[in-house]
Write a protein that binds this ligand. Structure first.
Ligand SMILES: O=C(O)C(=O)Cc1ccccc1
Length: 303
């Protein structure tokens, strides 16, 4: 049995994502914030944490990136991808909706719907979509933008379902564990994720990206977050296709490591199953063959 912490309370999208990682024996534990879910793993109160990392409309989830970049390192072992559309919940006694609360990512994804359907309502940020439902129950706000499952936990009136300004919106979630972890086996459709603290000088980011480009490695995400210490200095969150167990990826990781501080955030199967693009001159067998040739040269066996 494992204890899986997730960004809660019960009824968030993250809870739905966490369920995709668990069996009936596992215990799900709600945390009020993303750092709290990750810290539960760091201090051993949970075996893993499920957190949102990226949305197809709004991009990165800053709280997740910032909490993964500092503190005890955690390693991603799996990801989940959920379609994201929203329900609008209110109380029976509400006659006029003046405030609508939700997680900022949810509010951003229903802006147009709110402008058309509740033009007088003020949008208010809440800790999570489910925290907004709790606040509506408590009478703090008139309506909440929630995950479809929220109504099963919070007996509110459903004003609308299937709300989404962008119909095919999706959010990606990570399952993070504390090292040492069992790194999942490569599948051919993997993602590797890391944080690089590029030094602050001309071309530093271009050099990092060139290490990946020259090995034919396809990026799937690049985000920058301030390092919060020196104004203008950033950490780069780089995701790319491939797995650390592959020679071509291992070679790239070593090259990045030589250039700057790197924190490995995991290699795991892509939830969408998209196979890695492989450069015809940078296949794994090319790296293996080249390394074998160098070793033979070093032994004086070949030229
Ligand atoms: O607040 C939630 O339900 C979350 O899990 C975060 C979130 C918010 C909006 C879209 C996807 C995930």
């Amino acid at each position: 049995m494992s204890r899986i912490a997730y960004f809660g309370p019960v009824g968030t999208f993250t809870e739905q994502a966490a369920r995709t990682f668990t069996t009936a024996q596992d215990e799900l534990v709600a945390a009020d914030t993303i750092p709290q879910a990750l810290n539960a793993v760091r201090r051993g109160a949970a075996d893993a944490a499920c957190v949102p990392v990226e949305n197809s409309v709004e991009g990165a989830v800053p709280a997740t990136l910032d909490s993964l970049a500092v503190g005890e390192p955690l390693i991603g072992v799996a990801e989940a991808l959920l379609p994201v559309h929203f329900s609008i919940l209110t109380r029976d006694d509400v006659t006029e909706i003046r405030t609508v609360a939700s997680h900022p990512h949810a509010l951003a994804q229903v802006q147009q719907w709110l402008a058309e359907n509740l033009p007088g309502a003020r949008a208010v940020a809440a800790g999570s979509t489910a925290a907004a439902a709790v606040a509506v129950q408590a009478g703090e706000f008139d309506a909440a933008v929630t995950a479809p499952v929220a109504v099963e936990h919070y007996p509110l009136k459903v004003l609308a379902t299937g709300v989404a300004d962008v119909p095919d919106a999706r959010t990606r979630f990570l399952l993070m564990r504390k090292p040492p972890v069992a790194v999942p086996e490569p599948t051919g459709a993997d993602r590797t994720s890391l944080v690089a603290a590029a030094v602050n000088r001309t071309g530093a980011l271009a050099e990092l990206l060139t290490e990946l480009a020259t090995r034919g490695i396809n990026l799937t995400r690049l985000d920058a977050r301030p390092n919060k210490q020196n104004f203008g200095e950033y950490r780069f969150f780089i995701d790319f296709e491939g797995h650390a167990a592959e020679p071509r990826i291992a070679d790239a990781l070593a090259a990045l490591r030589r250039r700057c501080d790197v924190r490995f955030l995991g290699s795991f199967a892509r939830a969408d199953g998209v196979p890695a693009t492989i450069d015809p001159v940078a296949r794994n067998e090319d790296f293996t063959e080249a390394a074998a040739w160098v070793a033979a040269v070093q032994r004086g066996e070949t030229a």
